[in-house]
Design a protein around this ligand. Structure first.
Ligand code: PLP
Length: 413
């Protein structure tokens, strides 16, 4: 008998499990709108090619070029990189999220550490807070990305929720948000999605962000930004960093977890950064020294390849420029899918108000479809999505919109 015979089978991850179920479905018309990963559109002018390029993962052109450059550089070796990661990568990542002219960077008050994508950045930040910050309560939005409570709980923080989404309006429950953060204990940590809130696609307006900022600062709450979609939401890196930058412009402190999974399409390379904006250069350097003590026993030091790609692109004004164009192309395709889906539902006369599809932003639409309707669409139409009715717009294409519309129509009528 195995010494592990008492181990129970764990459930599939609620998000990644959707892909497992999709892979097991033999239907030729199946459609995976579960996981948040970008897929290409059909190239209509290249008819024969289209069967190869439709709905496929995309490696950005600029990423290929950066990799080529790295491969051709004989001086590159595979030595360990420092615990904190590549220095260039860290500097450029802080600049990307905070802005080139950020006083916090000029005053050397930002500690940035290369981490394992967004998830790893959140986890390292949370462990640092547990060890060195006086409050261990973190408020996260309801709902939020399913991994948030698990990451924070495992790091030893205690998780509480603040109201965020109003199912009645399919928009922001701004009053509820202000009330809940207003009632949070002084010093509590607040997790904020920098843009393109997952799963709802609902972001505060700039005016609402300003009110949130004032409340957070007046109550001395500590903002922890999750920036997984910079540039991917609006198509502009600066617009999508607006929320973070207003919190840094006021001189206060905050943490930021950055991911290059979506905006550079580097999902599996696991490249991201944790930045901790402090009041002084002296504090920032001490903070950095302690974050390294979190990393060392966890995974020693981060991987070299993904961060080298990012640094190569961010360093070269040519490549940077090409990246912004490709990024905008991805964002625009998603925005256009929203429009197409909305118009197709209207054309079909599907009952209900679907305007939230074009009001929401980012990778996901929170359709408002319930668990039973989702199960129906999976069973009858082989369409896969998370049970909360979230669909990844990036998994949709002009060709698959009609199939999705038929399924939604049948599910709600
Ligand atoms: N945060 C949010 C809100 C996300 O949606 C995701 C990815 O889906 C992540 C963080 C982390 O992604 P990764 O660890 O792949 O960068």
């Amino acid at each position: 008998d195995s010494v592990f015979s008492n181990v129970d089978r764990a459930p599939e991850d609620p998000i990644l499990g959707v892909t497992v179920a999709y892979n097991n479905d033999p239907s030729p018309s199946k459609l995976n709108l579960g996981v948040g990963a970008y897929r290409t559109e059909v190239v209509s002018s290249a008819y024969l090619l289209s069967i190869f390029v439709e709905g496929k993962p995309l490696v950005l052109d600029v990423v290929r070029r950066a990799e080529q450059q790295l491969v051709n550089d004989p001086s590159r070796v595979k030595e360990y990189i420092p615990i904190a990661g590549l220095a260039d990568f860290n500097k450029l990542s802080a600049k990307l999220i905070l802005g080139a002219d950020s006083p916090a960077i000029q005053e050397s008050r930002v500690a940035t550490i290369q981490c394992l994508s967004g998830t790893g950045s959140l986890r390292v930040g949370a462990e640092f807070l547990k060890k060195h910050y006086h409050q261990s309560v973190i408020f996260i939005p309801k709902p939020t990305w399913g991994n948030h409570p698990k990451v924070f709980n495992l790091a030893g923080l205690s998780v509480e929720y603040y109201r965020y989404y109003d199912p009645a309006t399919r928009g922001l429950d701004f009053q509820g948000l202000l009330e809940d953060l207003g009632a949070a204990p002084s010093g509590a940590i607040v997790l904020l999605h920098a843009c393109a809130h997952n799963p709802t696609g609902v972001d505060p307006t700039p005016e609402q962000w300003e009110q949130i900022r004032q409340l957070i600062r007046s109550k001395s709450l500590l903002p922890f930004f999750d920036s997984a979609y910079q540039g991917f939401a609006s198509g502009s890196l600066d617009t999508d960093a607006h929320s973070v930058r207003t919190f840094v412009a006021d001189g206060g402190e905050c943490l930021i977890a950055q991911s290059y999974a979506k905006n550079m399409g580097l999902y599996g390379e696991r490249v991201g950064a944790l930045s901790i904006v402090c009041k002084s250069a002296d504090v920032a350097s001490k903070v950095e020294s302690q974050v390294k003590l979190v990393v060392r026993p966890m995974y020693s030091s981060p991987p070299i390849h993904g961060a080298s790609i990012v640094a190569t692109i961010l360093k070269s004004s040519d490549m940077y420029n090409d990246w912004t164009i490709e990024l905008k192309g991805m964002a625009d395709r998603i925005i256009s899918m929203r429009q197409q889906l909305f118009e197709a539902l209207q054309a079909k006369g599907t009952p209900g108000d679907w305007s939230h599809i074009i009001k929401q932003i980012g990778m996901f639409t929170f359709t408002g479809l319930n668990k039973e309707q989702v199960a129906f669409m999976t069973k009858e139409y082989h369409i896969y999505m998370t049970s909360d009715g979230r669909i990844s717009m990036a998994g949709l294409s002009t060709k698959t919109v009609p199939h999705l519309v038929d399924a939604i129509h049948a599910a709600v009528t």
